[in-house]
Ligand binder design. Structure first.
Ligand code: FES
Length: 319
């Protein structure tokens, strides 16, 4: 379960069309927990909605966290609440940072950001530049006025490292196949964050070019709508115990376990973040998440109980 930290909005700034950044500091004035580039926090938005936002301030800063929020008119309301209802001085609750999108030890890094996916990628780029590491960043937006954090991305520290690509300007078009072909595959890691279409464009190209899965890292914002279920209800057995918990057709595994007094930590509850990954010792899961790799799904030894279900009448899990 999240331990919530109370923060105050120290500043907010319009970074680009529909994108605002928020500077958050602890209400008691103390330092915030340490973090590394790629980390995100849960933010409890007005109305109680919990959303994940990547930290995008100077890497490691513990005086203040910075998050960037895209106002999604068609979203579930969390980003609209942040944009429309949060002002300087307001209080919010956030979780400790969690990093499921860590930079690896590498010789080269290729960073790809689409739209609001710039937030973790910006923190990575500034961190790599400060270390003097070899990297290049490509930032794709629909138009120039949607490119956030332009001042930082064009600062001398990142000179020559960042290329901007805008859909409405064919002169800036990104040729992903050519970019990948120009990089040595050995020692180069790829990092991708952005909307689904953008992510799939980059990930498919990396796969076509034969990039090993272990060198391709990505973080998604939202899960696609799940396919219709392949099963109705099923049972969850707890390994090394006598406990068997029925999971109803309209219930998630997390909900069924919680009703039985068993709490598994969750965050996104959409199969994106990996917080709830749980070991399976028997039975076959029906993987519905976007977090586990194809290889991890094929191994069938863990699953995400926030959204995944079962292909067998019973799944035995270890908690
Ligand atoms: S809570 Fe995020 S994947 Fe399950």
């Amino acid at each position: 379960m999240s331990v919530w930290i109370e923060v105050r909005v120290a500043d907010r700034h319009d970074e680009a069309r529909d994108i605002a950044s928020f500077l958050l500091e602890k209400t008691d004035g103390g330092p915030l927990p340490a973090w590394t580039p790629g980390a995100h926090v849960d933010v409890r938005a007005p109305g109680g909605l919990v959303r994940q936002y990547s930290l995008c301030g100077p890497a490691g800063s513990v005086d203040q966290y910075q998050i960037g929020v895209l106002r999604d008119a068609d979203g579930r309301g969390g980003s609209r609440a942040m944009h429309d209802r949060i002002a300087v001085g307001d209080r919010l609750e956030i979780s400790r940072p969690r990093n499921l999108f860590e930079l690896q030890a590498q010789e080269n890094a290729l960073l790809f950001a689409g739209g609001i996916g710039v937030t973790p990628i910006l923190a990575m780029a500034e961190h790599l530049a400060r270390k003097g590491d070899v990297f290049a960043m490509h930032y794709c937006t629909r138009s120039a006025d949607r490119a956030a954090f332009a001042e930082r991305l064009t600062a001398p520290a990142l000179a020559g490292k960042v290329a901007f690509h805008h859909d409405d300007d064919p002169r800036t078009c990104m040729n992903i196949d050519a970019l990948l072909a120009a990089m040595p595959r050995v020692g180069t890691h790829i990092y991708v964050c952005g909307p689904d279409g953008f992510m799939n464009h980059v990930l498919d190209a990396a796969s076509r070019a034969g990039w090993p899965e272990s060198q391709v890292h990505f973080e998604r914002f939202s899960a696609p709508v799940a396919e219709p279920g392949t099963t109705g209800g099923f049972e969850i057995a707890i390994a090394d115990s006598e406990r068997v918990i029925p999971v109803g057709e309209d219930q998630t595994v997390i909900e069924a376990l919680s009703a039985a007094g068993i709490e598994i930590p969750v965050s996104c509850e959409q199969g994106i973040c990996g917080t709830c990954v749980t070991k399976i010792v028997d039975g076959l899961p029906d993987h519905r998440d976007m977090f586990l790799s194809d290889a991890e799904k094929a191994a069938n030894d863990c699953f995400t109980p926030c959204c995944s279900r079962a292909l067998t009448p019973r799944l035995t899990i270890r908690i």
